[in-house]
Write a protein that binds this ligand. Structure first.
Ligand SMILES: NC(=O)c1ccc[n+]([C@@H]2O[C@H](COP(=O)([O-])OP(=O)(O)OC[C@H]3O[C@@H](n4cnc5c(N)ncnc54)[C@H](O)[C@@H]3O)[C@@H](O)[C@H]2O)c1
Ligand SMILES: O=C(O)[C@H](O)[C@H](O)COP(=O)(O)O
Length: 375
């Protein structure tokens, strides 16, 4: 069996090695000829999976995308061809949630405006939005959720309209899929008019898809509204973001909000399990055996943490400042954006650290941190 896999998908060798012969490819430039003799195709979000890519691949029986988003896949075409398809919903939700939370702690520190006490609006209350809300609520913040689709589906959480969220939130974090049609389409959800509704001093984070914000309108807006602070992980026109926008963002990264080792491992592992099901074979490998040990795995706490100490602790698993600096150095070169994504193999999730109270205390000082995700 021939398995073609994106070279940026870790743990493929360890998981799929026993199932067939693996060929690694550059997912962004993948051609129809390269996949013509594949039985299995494993991709990430940079590969457009459609008739143009797959018409010659007559043996193909399984496509897996180790991503949450599926906007790069023509699922209808795969269904028509009878090719099994799976993505990896939720695989990197914790990573995105922690990324958004850490970015807020970084902004708070940089602008000497405590995060504590702020109201945060989450647009899109699915896997990543809920993961972000979990961190924020564990930290004691008031969270407003806007998700008209979930509300219509009968989700019993409290939801607000986007107008209410924009009017009340100090911080807005975007977590919607990109959709171009329908009542709740998200393409340019934040257009010029919406941007102009933002309250003074709002922090706006985009960790979902670049085109959820009209990037040209955002440049124009931010040039006049320096009070608004931006964290941008995703961009219109990836892998070539608009240079002016990069310089206007407080933190800028190349679509790596979901790139924890745990998140990537979960993504590949979900495809492995699904392929084993399709082939009717027993999955032999385990997820936890894939992850390397973490250098700061045990930490003893002496006292409750201040906000700035919590940021220092968070920086052990992920220091956003490093990625921001690297990104500004490399994004303008031809392959810089993708190169940085390819080499992004060091970030961990909060759960990689086990916290202990150094002295037995009541109440246990580690409890709120366990709710954040630390062990
Ligand atoms: N930056 C990254 O690395 C990264 C990582 C993972 C996911 N993503 C992107 O983030 C998106 C969201 O991921 P997820 O796992 O939370 O997906 P999800 O499907 O679990 O949740 C998305 C939520 O958005 C809601 N929604 C749809 N249209 C909306 C609208 N107009 N207003 C408000 N809510 C709306 C849906 O009802 C759903 O609950 C993905 O589709 C993907 O494009 C980016
Ligand atoms: O949709 C997703 O899951 C994310 O956008 C994903 O993390 C993107 O990473 P990629 O597949 O491009 O490596």
């Amino acid at each position: 069996m021939k398995i073609i896999a994106d070279e940026n998908m870790p743990y493929v060798e360890a998981l799929f090695g026993d199932l067939g012969e693996i060929e690694f490819v550059n997912g962004r430039n993948l051609t129809a000829v390269q996949v013509s003799d594949a039985d299995v195709l494993l991709v990430r979000s940079v590969t457009q999976v459609n008739a143009a890519l797959l018409d010659k691949a007559q043996k193909l029986k399984f496509v897996g995308s180790a991503t949450i988003g599926t906007d790069h896949v023509d699922v209808e075409y795969l269904n028509q061809r009878g090719i099994a398809f799976t993505n990896a919903p939720g695989c990197n939700a914790t990573a995105v949630g922690e990324f958004a939370f850490i970015a807020m702690l970084e902004l708070a520190q940089r602008f000497a405006k405590p995060l504590s006490g702020k109201v945060v609006g989450i647009v899109g209350a699915g896997n990543t939005g809920t993961a972000a809300a979990k961190c924020l609520e564990a930290y004691g913040l008031k969270v407003l959720l806007c998700d008209p689709v979930k509300a219509e589906q009968g989700d019993t959480r409290d939801f607000v309209s986007l107008d209410t969220l924009i009017a009340q939130a100090d911080i807005i974090s975007l977590h919607v899929p990109i959709t171009k049609e329908g009542e709740h389409k998200t393409w340019y959800l934040f257009d010029e008019a919406r941007l102009n509704q933002l309250k003074p001093n709002t922090w706006l984070l985009n960790c979902c898809r670049g085109e959820v914000i009209d990037n040209r309108a955002l440049i124009k807006f931010k040039q006049q509204r320096d009070d608004v602070k931006l964290v941008l992980d995703v961009w219109e026109g990836e892998p070539n973001p608009m240079a002016e926008l990069v310089s206007l963002a407080e933190f800028a990264t190349p679509h790596i909000a979901g790139y924890s080792l745990e998140g990537k491992a979960r993504g590949t592992f979900m495809l492995y399990q699904k392929l084993c099901d399709e082939l009717g074979v027993q999955a032999k490998q385990s997820l936890m055996s894939l992850l390397p040990p973490f250098q700061f795995s045990q930490i003893d706490l002496q006292d409750t943490l201040t906000e700035s100490q919590l940021l220092s602790l968070s920086r052990l698993v992920y220091d956003l400042r490093d990625d921001d600096v690297k990104f500004r150095q490399c994004f303008a070169t031809a392959a810089g954006f993708d190169q940085m994504r390819k080499n992004h193999t060091y970030r961990r999730e909060f759960s990689a650290i086990t916290l202990n109270s150094a002295l037995p205390q009541i109440p246990d000082i580690t409890k709120p941190l366990h709710s954040l995700g630390f062990r």
